[in-house]
Design a protein around this ligand. Structure first.
Ligand code: 6GU
Length: 236
């Protein structure tokens, strides 16, 4: 899968793309990430990427030409989507990540300053995405979140397909608590059932712990799960 990232801070991504599973997947050519500094496509001699907003107001707006020109310089693959990372976008989730992992190419535009000239959205953007209800200085952190979430769903990238099927099996619930050695630490013991070797009982314990954890921390997820399981109401 091809990722094209438009940013004025390409250095921001460098170490993240070199280490861990993401770095390995790139070395093994399971995915390719191209960083495009859209300042290179600015049309004036000062390489200006932003300007004051029409109508006045605080902050600066990203000019449309550097972004549109960069997109036009990128060779498009068959199944491709162009995403603008912005706090006004649709909230990102695992389901969206699974759909994106089926594509051949994702083009990610990292917004900056107060916003992006609206014509960029009309001309080249397919979807606007936010990673949460808080404000970042720019889309770079969000692009990295999206990149890692999608990349680990590409076959061969995670390197442990059992982890993925485990995740989808537990879809919608928080993880149960995990323990490793030693069996006792400062008076705190590992739950007996985990040392029992009884796989059926262990599975049941983990299931009830996952539900308990979800009920306490994310009751919204539990409600969503219950609604999905209910059969659709007959039209009256
Ligand atoms: Cl995608 N961009 C910015 N600037 N802030 C955000 C965001 C994106 N998602 C959440 N906050």
């Amino acid at each position: 899968m091809q990722f094209d990232i438009l940013t004025i801070f390409p250095q921001f991504f460098e170490s993240s793309l070199q280490v861990s599973l993401l770095g390995k997947a790139i070395t093994q050519k399971k995915l390719n990430v191209a960083l495009h500094n859209f300042r290179d496509f600015a049309t004036d001699k000062h390489k200006t990427v932003d300007d004051v907003p029409y109508g006045g107001g605080p902050g600066m707006v990203l000019k449309p030409e550097p972004l549109v020109n960069t997109i036009e310089s990128i060779s498009g693959k068959k199944k491709s989507k162009c995403i603008l990372l912005t706090p006004r976008g649709t909230l990102f989730n695992q389901k969206m990540a699974r759909q994106m992992a089926k594509l051949d190419q994702l083009i990610l535009i990292c917004g900056r300053y107060e916003g992006v000239d609206e014509r960029v959205c009309e001309l080249v953007v397919d979807e606007e995405i936010s990673i949460g209800d808080y404000v970042l200085n720019g889309g770079e952190v969000a692009a990295l979140v999206l990149l890692e979430t999608v990349a680990r769903l590409i076959p061969g990238v995670l390197g442990n397909e059992a982890s993925l099927s485990h995740e989808s099996f537990n879809e919608g619930l928080l993880e149960y608590p995990q323990y490793t050695r030693p069996p006792e630490l400062r008076g705190l013991k590992v739950p007996k059932v985990l040392l029992s070797g009884n796989h059926k009982e262990i599975e049941a314990w983990r299931g009830s712990q996952a539900i308990k954890m979800t009920k306490k921390r994310r009751p919204d997820l539990l409600k969503k799960l219950q609604n999905e399981k209910k059969p659709a109401k007959e039209p009256t």
